[in-house]
Every structure is written in structure tokens, then in C-alpha cells.
Ligand binder design. Sequence first.
Ligand SMILES: [Zn+2]
Length: 483
Amino acid sequence: MFAAGLQLETNTFAPWPTGTRAFEEGGVRRGAGVLTGQGPDHKTAQLWRDLCARDGHEFVAGLFGWAQPSGPVVQAVYEGFRDEILSELRSQGPFDIVLLFLHGAMVSTACDDCEADLARRVREVAGDSLVIGVELDPHCHLTQPLVDVADAVILMKHYPHDDYLERGTELYNLCLAKARAEAQPTSALFDCRMVGFYPTTQQPMAAFVERFGEVERQPGVLSVSFAHGFPWGDTPDTGSRVLVITDGDPQLAIRLSRQIGMEIYAAREALLPRFPGVEAALDEALATAGLVVLADTADNAGGGAPGDNTSLLKAMLDRKITSAALGAIWDPIAAAACADAGVGARLKLRVGGKSGASSAQPLDVEATVKAVRERHDQTGLGDSRTAMGLSVWIEVNGIDVVLNSIRTQVFSPDAFTGLGIDLLTKEIVAVKSSQHFYGGFAPIASKVIRVATHGAIQMDFAALPYAKKADLNFYPRVADPLA
Ligand SMILES: [Zn+2]
């Protein structure tokens, strides 16, 4: 068995292309290095290695590369990583099974569907008898060419994506069954004609996740996946889809994918996010007892936003809110200035607002440096670790603010507590994240409020300026697109 990974959730509306440095900062590992890495992709490779060891199969890890979501990957950079995976496959093979840990929303400057391109070339190198399994993030553009070229595609079901190892295990088992001719995975894809955002910690989406499990327990059904889609990637295939894999029964796959897709479609109005704006969210937070977590959904680096929007911090300062923490604002310049000034220093500082129009205005503040950490990190998905780089805790008019140097969303409380900030004494904790914060922060929150700030990731899906999306007949742009 051969395994490789290449991941970029591409925000085609983001200001910058993604190059080699972005992948190096995110993590590019090869061979034995993959098996000591701490990212979700590395943890998945380690899982597959352990399953192979248990079952007595050879396991070879190729390249695993991941970059923080941003704009389209430079074509030559994509081809470089792709061709390295293909040449490893050629030189180290032949293999019976190739497992790929991909994102599913990778767009290069010359290709809208990098995952299908990679899988097709893997097939060309290794031949028709090779079993190809692909694990994807649900925020993917799940395309027919990818489903056609792979033997099995399995998506994470949870958002936050804490189930990547469970899905990795299912993919391993399914591909092994296919290689042994014990199963005949047969896929069907249904287009829900929806663009949306579907945290699975809330209803009605949580019930759909249960429903997928029920359907998987029916005779002849091997896997059910819901592709949430990635609204901020403009491709011909952007949108929400249902994938059902049966054991050699195409009619059952078609029938079930349509049935589940129509159930989701029927719930589309309840599934549409309706988040308050900044002022309404602060009103609600101030009227709530206990610790309130505010999620700045629009400036989530995990969706390709810069992570330096200042609008929520400015509103909190304007209202003279204290007993609050906010993080992480991506500002390597300000973080470096604070680190140089040292702990205890009080300085004039220009914070955030630097990347572009979606960052709002920089804030000029008086800050006190409370802590500096050269290589700060936080707990990521599962027990993975996510680097934050040189990070500082500054206090601004009673608000504890985290500035970081490696662009990332906030996943876990240790993004704050790792610098010494005590969250439990706060009334408001504001995090830059859409949903991956939820597992870590919901347990300490009396209430979680997702805030629609004016950042790069807007939830007004009907207004997204799609130019490539082939079918503009989608909800919520159209009330009943399947009528
Ligand atoms: Zn995702």
C-alpha cells in the first residue's frame, strides 16, 4: 500500500496565490518524516501504517503536503508536488492499493479540480487493477471525474472534522475489501443544488449525520458521504452533494443518494446560517451571564481569510468591554515588535488591518506586552498540533489579545492559555474561526455566538460573485432550484 497527501482548501476570492513557501510553512513531509508528523494528514498516514502492520501488508508513505487555506496554488508548484507523488509511485511500486488524503477543494492557477487530475494520473501510472481510495474534507467540490477514477471516496462526516481517523479506517477497510474482491464499491453522486455552511454540532445537521449512519447499516450500503462544498471556491462544481457507495448495486446507490439529498434539500431553509452582525452579537453577549464565546466566522484563516480583520476588536474597544480575550490576529510585524520590546513593555502599536480590504482598518493602540512565545502552537483537530509561530499576548484597555505569526484559525483554548491567558475569568472570548473552535470552546462557554463580521468569508451565499460555477440555479440564490 502506498499513501500520499496534498491539501489546499482554495479560496478563489482570497488575495494571494499559494506557493511553495505556504506549503513549507504548513508542512511538507516525505517518507519517514510523515510518520512522525503531528498534523491530521500525518496522523492518518500513521493510522494506515499501523493497520498495514497489523494485517501484514507493506506500507510506503510518499509526500504529504498541506498549506493553510489561501488563493489558487501556482500551477508549477502544484505540478511539482503532484509529479513527486507520481514518481515515488512509479519508482517504489507496484502497489495494490493507493490511499490519498486530499482536501477536495484544491484549485491551481490552471486547474479547477486538482484532486481528479492527481487521481487520474495515479491511475495512468499504476493501471486499472490498482485500487485507489481517497479521503476528503467535506468542504470539497466533489466532482464526477474524481468519483469515476477512484474506487472509493469517503468524506469526513463531522464539522469540526474530528472523525478523520474513523473515516481513514473505513477507507482502508473498503479498499482492502475491493483489492481482495470481497466488495465491489459502486458510487452515485446527487447534486443538492445548494451552497451552504453546515456545522454538525447543531440541528438539523447533527440529525443528518445520524441518518447517514443509519443508511450505512442497511444491507448493501458501504458508505454515505455529504459534501458540504466550499462556497468560497469558485469552480464549475461548487455546491453540496451526496455520495453513496453500495456493494455492486448502482440502482441502490442512485436511489439512496437522491433520497438523502432530497431530505437535506427539504431542510435547506433551516440549514441556512443566520448570524448576527457585530453590534447585535455584542448586545447578546453582554446580556448573557457567564463566559460567552464569539466566533468571528468571516475572518477564519481556515477558510482562506487573512485573519487580521479588526472590526470585532474595534467594536469591543469602542464599547469599553473588559474581562475579554480575542485571538488570534495574524500580524507578524506587530508580534515581532512586541517580542523585541519584551515582556512588561508598554508601546504604541498598529494592530491588524494590513492584508487588504477585507481586513478593515488597522487599529492604533497602546499595548502592554504580557507574554512572548517564539514557537507557539495549539491543539488542532483530534490530538494534532497546529503551529502559530512567534506569538504574543498583549493587553489593550483590559482586553487580552493574541497576535500570531503563522496564519491559522483558533482551534483550542491553548491558543490563549499556552501564552498564560486565563480564559475562565473572562466574560467574552472572541476567536477567529467558523466551527473548528467548537469542540474546545463549547465546554467552557455558557453560550456560543457566531458573528457575521465584514471579513473575507461572507455567508450571504446568494451574493457570492461566482464566475465559474456552472449552475447558478442553487439555493439560496433560487428559492426552489429542484422544482
Ligand atoms: Zn473542512
